[in-house]
Design a protein around this ligand. Structure first.
Ligand code: ADP
Ligand code: MG
Length: 337
């Protein structure tokens, strides 16, 4: 589509961040993070409240000044070319930033005009989005009359009006009911398929797991690990294989000394192996070993660790669902909308 991309992004990297730091006074909220997002990806920051996700995003979208490190979006340096960066991105904020004296429709229409969308496209997109966030019946309602949840959905609809190169979504489904969240994921995937790179932050395990191509786990301002959901789960080496055979006792004896087997436990029926590699790679060897000894397998089941397991492993804690995050201080948006 675009042919005017500077050379910086021609290698398939659309967001490049090196040693980024951001402090509020003495407190380092973002503590030296480096990562790259590939063009066309859905990339997530997964971390608890206070991890530094919003601070990092606000630097990337040029709402906070970059203090230390380097960041480019679509090849543009956030410090040297903030206007170019802004032209390349779309944003859905964690907080509600809606102008209150416009109706739902006016707000979306205004946003579309601001981004010079053709009239036909605006009409189509507004209809599609009002349906997505189930605000069709509120089309002519003043946004200030909407409930908190409706405002949240309207904010999301507004962020999805245009199709920027990169769309930043800061905790996009926080406080939404499960059905709306799932519809939102499908829509975000659709926007991504149309060519928009997505950078999202979340503290929901399932959101990161199901939506992202790659995930960075972030805590205390630092990225702890980055990878696909599959890769992260495999690094734990905690895949569980459950087996039932016609001779569990003999099977147990044969398998307990195989190199990938870390632990083996007999159950009332069958037994469970914990393997320290990707279980799908270990299974054929296990099957061969048992077959060669003339043991019949009646049941096999492989369970990979969950994203919760991954998170606990790397951060030493679970994320409780705290629901709505506390409102950020207003001054954080200085220079914003
Ligand atoms: P997250 O989005 O992951 O919840 P934030 O980036 O909002 O994390 O916050 C990271 C840390 O920085 C938190 O400890 C938060 O209290 C602190 N913080 C955020 N904004 C400000 C601010 N404007 N002034 C001082 N401290 C802030
Ligand atoms: Mg946040």
């Amino acid at each position: 589509m675009e042919t005017d991309d500077p050379a910086g992004s021609s290698d398939g990297t659309i967001i490049c961040v090196e040693s980024l730091e951001h402090a509020y006074g003495d407190f380092r909220a973002v503590d030296g993070i480096s990562f790259a997002v590939r063009r066309g990806e859905i990339f997530s920051f997964l971390g608890p409240n206070g991890a530094g996700k919003s601070t990092a995003i606000n630097v990337l979208i040029t709402l906070l000044a970059l203090q230390k490190g380097r960041a480019t979006i679509a090849g543009y340096d956030v410090t040297k070319e903030p206007q170019k960066v802004r032209e390349s991105i779309g944003i859905v904020f964690q907080d509600i930033t809606l102008d209150r004296d416009m109706t739902v429709w006016e707000l979306l229409e205004f946003h579309g005009r601001l981004y010079t969308m053709p009239a036909g496209e605006r009409r189509k997109r507004i209809d599609e989005l009002l349906k997505l966030v189930q605000l069709e019946s509120k089309r002519n309602e003043l946004s200030k009359r909407l409930s908190g949840g409706m405002k949240r959905r309207l904010e999301i609809a507004r962020g999805l009006m245009t199709r920027p190169k990169v769309l930043f979504l800061d905790e996009p489904t926080i406080g939404l009911d499960p059905q709306t969240r799932m519809r939102m994921w499908e829509y975000i995937k659709g926007v991504n398929r149309e060519g928009t790179t997505i950078f999202l932050t979340t503290h929901y395990m399932d959101e990161a797991d199901q939506l992202s191509d790659r995930i960075s786990i972030i805590d205390h301002g630092k990225i702890i690990i980055t990878g696909t959901s599959w890769e992260l789960k495999n690094t734990l080496g905690q895949d569980l294989i459950y087996l039932e055979t016609d001779n569990d006792k003999a099977a147990l004896g044969l398998l307990k000394d195989l190199p990938p087997v870390r632990d083996i436990k007999a159950k009332t029926r069958g037994f469970t192996l914990m393997v320290n590699e990707d279980g799908t790679k270990v299974l054929p060897g296990i099957i061969d070993t048992l077959r060669n000894a003339g043991i019949e397998i009646s049941t096999i089941n492989l369970k990979k660790p969950s994203m919760d397991d991954v998170f606990v492993f790397y951060t030493g804690k679970e994320i409780r669902d705290e629901g709505q995050a506390p409102a950020r201080p207003r001054f954080m948006r200085a220079g914003g909308r």
